[in-house]
Design a protein around this ligand. Structure first.
Ligand SMILES: [Mg+2]
Ligand SMILES: [Zn+2]
Length: 201
C-alpha cells in the first residue's frame, strides 16, 4: 500500500526570528536605517521557510526604554528593513513584535518588570494568539541564550545561530538565570537553520 504524504502539517506554525544577529548584523544599537546590514543567506532562508511557516520577528528594543527611539521609530525601522529584504528577494514577513521595556529604563513609563522582554516568552504568546497560530509546531531562531530560553518557554523548538554575539554576556533581565536550556540545533546562520527546520517539519 502506498501512503500519501500528509500535506496539511505545518501551515499553522511560526518561525520566530530574533532581529539582530539573525536577520541583520548585531553591531550594537541600531538607531538608523543606514545601520541595517542584512546577513548572508537571509533572503533565501526566509523564502524557503515561508513555504511552510509564518515568519514573525520578536525583538527586545531597549532603545525605547532608554529614550533613544520611540515606538513609532522602531516600527519605521522595521518597515525599512522589510522593504530592503523584499528588494533582495525575501518574502513579506507576517508580524513584528517588540518589547520596549527594560528593568532599569531611563524613561519611567518603560521601567516595567514585563512579561515580554526575552527570555520571557510574552511576545511569542502574544503573536500566536493574535495570529491564531500553534506554538507546538513552531521554532525560535536566535543568537543569544535568552532567545533560546524564550523559545523553550513558549513550547517551541529552538535554533541557536552563532553569528557573533552568541558568547556575549547575558543581557540584563528581571530574573536570575541559573540554567539556560540547550538549543535543539546550533549552526552558523539562518540559511543553515532553515534547512534543518524544513527537515524537521
Ligand atoms: Mg540577537
Ligand atoms: Zn516588555
Amino acid at each position: 500500500m502506498i501512503y500519501s504524504p500528509v500535506t496539511t502539517l505545518t501551515n499553522g506554525a511560526i518561525i520566530f526570528l530574533d532581529r539582530d544577529g539573525v536577520l541583520i548584523e548585531d553591531n550594537g544599537l541600531v538607531l538608523d536605517e543606514s545601520q541595517l546590514a542584512i546577513l548572508p543567506g537571509v533572503p533565501e532562508a526566509l523564502s524557503a521557510l515561508k513555504e511552510r511557516f509564518r515568519l514573525v520577528v520578536v525583538s527586545n528594543q531597549a532603545v525605547v526604554a532608554r529614550g533613544l527611539l520611540d515606538e513609532i521609530q522602531v516600527r519605521d525601522l522595521q518597515k525599512a528593513l522589510e522593504k530592503r529584504l523584499t528588494s533582495v528577494g525575501a518574502p513579506p514577513l507576517d508580524g513584528f513584535y517588540f518589547c520596549p521595556h527594560h528593568p532599569r529604563a531611563t524613561l519611567e513609563a518603560y521601567r516595567v518588570d514585563c512579561d515580554c522582554r526575552k527570555p520571557r516568552p510574552g511576545l511569542l504568546f502574544r503573536a500566536a494568539e493574535e495570529l491564531s497560530l500553534d506554538l507546538t509546531g513552531s521554532f525560535m531562531v536566535g543568537d543569544r541564550p535568552t532567545d533560546i530560553l524564550a523559545g523553550t518557554r513558549a513550547g517551541c523548538r529552538t535554533v541557536w545561530v552563532k553569528t557573533g554575539q552568541h558568547d556575549a554576556a547575558l543581557i540584563e533581565t528581571s530574573e536570575t538565570l541559573d540554567a539556560l536550556p540547550r538549543a535543539d540545533f546550533v549552526c552558523s546562520g539562518l540559511l543553515e537553520s532553515s534547512r534543518w527546520i524544513l527537515e524537521q517539519a
